[in-house]
Design a protein around this ligand. Structure first.
Ligand code: GDP
Ligand code: GDP
Ligand code: MG
Length: 330
C-alpha cells in the first residue's frame, strides 16, 4: 500500500472509530477558502487531456506561490514533482493531481511538524506543565489560550491561566472572558503590573493547589526587540525560581492571514525566544493557507496547533496527514 493510500485509510478509520472526534470535518470546513481556491485553480491548470510540459509545471509553481507557500518551499515541491515526472515517465496532466498531493505530503513528513506529538497529555512527574504564549498583537494569543485551556480541561486536566499581558488595559478582561468560557480560573494583577510577577504568582498558585497545566498570556510588542527579549527572559527567569524546566513550552502564535509576514515574524521571534512550537491561527479566514507549508518546511520547530475558527472548539492539533487530506479534499 502506498503512503497515500495508507493515510487515506488512517483518516477514514479515525472517522469511523471516533465519529469524527478528531474534527476532520471541522478542519475541512476551516480550510474551505484555501481548499476551494487552490483546487479550483489546480483543476483549471490540469484541464482535460493536457500534457505535462514545462509551462504546466511553471503554472503549478505560480499557483503554490499565490497560495502563500513561498518561493523556497514551492521550489522544493516543484523540484521533486519534476523529478518524479521524469523518472516515472508521466505524460498526462491528470497524473499531476495525486503526485502533487503526495509531494506536499512527503515534504510535511520530512518537516519538524511530522513529529508533532502535541496532545493534551502531560508529564505527570513534572507538573504543572507550563506554557508561555507569545506573538505580536492581534494574532490570536488570548483566543488560543482559551481554546487550549478548554481542550486541556476536556482532557481532564486542571488548568490555571496567568494574565501576564499587563500592557493593554483591556487584556485582562479579554482573557477573563476566555477563561470563563473554558471554565478555568485566572490569575491577574492591575494593568501595568510586572508581567514576570504575574507569571510568578500564577505558577506559585498552581503549584500550591496541585494544578496540571499553567498557561501564561503575554503582551505582543515587537517594536523594540531588546525590550521584548528583556521581558521574555525576565518571565523565564522568574518562573525558573519555582520550576527548573519552566516554561516547559513556548508557543509562538502566528496569524495565517498575514501570509509571508507570519514567517518573517517567526524568524524575528526565534532570535529572542526558545520557541518549542508554532500555533497558526485564522486558517479559516484566508484563501492562502499554503503558508502552513512554508512555516512547516522553513522553520526548525513544529506547527503544534492550528486555529480554524473563532469558537472555543476551533483549535486543532496539526496533523500533516489530515491537513493534506483536507486540503485536497477528496
Ligand atoms: P492577541 O492580541 O494575540 O491576544 O489576539 P486575540 O486572541 O485577541 O485575537 C485577535 C482576533 O483574532 C480576535 O478577533 C479573534 O476572534 C481572532 N481569532 C483568533 N483566532 C482565530 C481563528 O482561528 N480564526 C478566526 N477566524 N479568528 C481568530
Ligand atoms: P527584577 O525585577 O529584574 O529584579 O527581577 P526579579 O527576578 O527580582 O523578579 C521579577 C518579578 O517577579 C518581581 O517584580 C516580583 O514581583 C516577582 N518575583 C520574583 N521572585 C519572587 C518571589 O520570591 N516572591 C514573589 N512573590 N514574587 C517574586
Ligand atoms: Mg491578547
Amino acid at each position: 500500500m502506498g503512503l497515500f493510500d495508507k493515510f487515506k485509510e488512517k483518516v477514514s478509520q479515525a472517522m469511523q472509530s471516533t465519529g469524527d472526534a478528531l474534527g476532520f470535518t471541522k478542519l475541512k470546513q476551516g480550510l474551505e477558502k484555501t481548499r476551494s481556491s487552490f483546487l479550483h485553480n489546480l483543476q483549471g491548470i490540469l484541464g482535460i487531456g493536457r500534457k505535462i510540459d514545462e509551462t504546466l509545471i511553471q503554472e503549478i509553481e505560480d499557483l503554490l506561490i499565490s497560495a502563500d507557500v513561498g518561493v523556497q518551499t514551492s521550489d522544493l515541491i516543484i523540484d521533486s514533482l519534476r523529478k518524479r515526472v521524469k523518472e516515472e515517465g508521466h505524460e498526462n496532466a491528470d497524473d499531476v493531481f495525486n503526485m502533487l498531493k503526495e509531494e506536499i505530503h512527503g515534504m510535511l513528513l520530512k518537516s519538524p511538524s511530522a513529529s508533532n506529538d502535541a496532545d493534551y497529555s502531560i508529564d505527570e512527574n513534572n507538573k504543572p506543565h507550563t506554557i508561555m504564549v507569545i506573538g505580536v498583537n492581534g494574532v490570536g494569543k488570548t483566543t488560543t489560550i482559551g481554546k487550549l485551556a478548554y481542550n486541556y480541561k476536556n482532557a481532564g486536566k486542571q488548568v490555571l491561566i496567568g494574565a501576564a499581558d499587563t500592557f493593554r488595559a483591556a487584556a485582562n478582561e479579554q482573557l477573563e472572558v476566555w477563561a470563563e468560557r473554558a471554565g478555568v480560573p485566572i490569575v491577574q494583577q492591575a494593568p501595568g503590573a510586572d508581567p514576570a510577577a504575574v507569571a510568578f504568582d500564577t505558577l506559585k498558585s498552581a503549584q500550591a493547589k496541585g494544578f496540571d497545566v499553567v498557561i501564561i498570556d503575554t503582551a505582543g510588542r515587537l517594536h523594540n526587540k531588546s525590550n521584548l527579549m528583556a521581558e521574555l527572559s525576565k518571565i523565564n527567569r522568574v518562573m525558573k525560581k519555582l520550576k527548573d524546566s519552566a516554561p516547559d513550552d513556548v508557543y509562538l502564535v502566528l496569524d495565517a492571514t498575514t501570509g509571508q509576514n507570519a514567517l518573517q515574524q517567526a524568524k524575528e521571534f526565534l532570535k529572542v525566544a526558545d520557541i518549542t512550537g508554532i500555533v497558526l491561527t485564522k486558517l479559516d479566514g484566508t484563501a492562502k493557507g499554503g503558508i502552513v507549508l512554508a512555516i512547516a518546511n522553513e522553520l526548525k520547530i513544529p506547527v503544534r496547533y492550528i486555529g480554524v475558527g473563532e469558537k472555543i472548539d476551533n483549535l486543532q492539533v496539526f496533523d500533516p496527514d489530515y491537513f493534506v487530506e483536507a486540503l485536497f479534499g477528496t
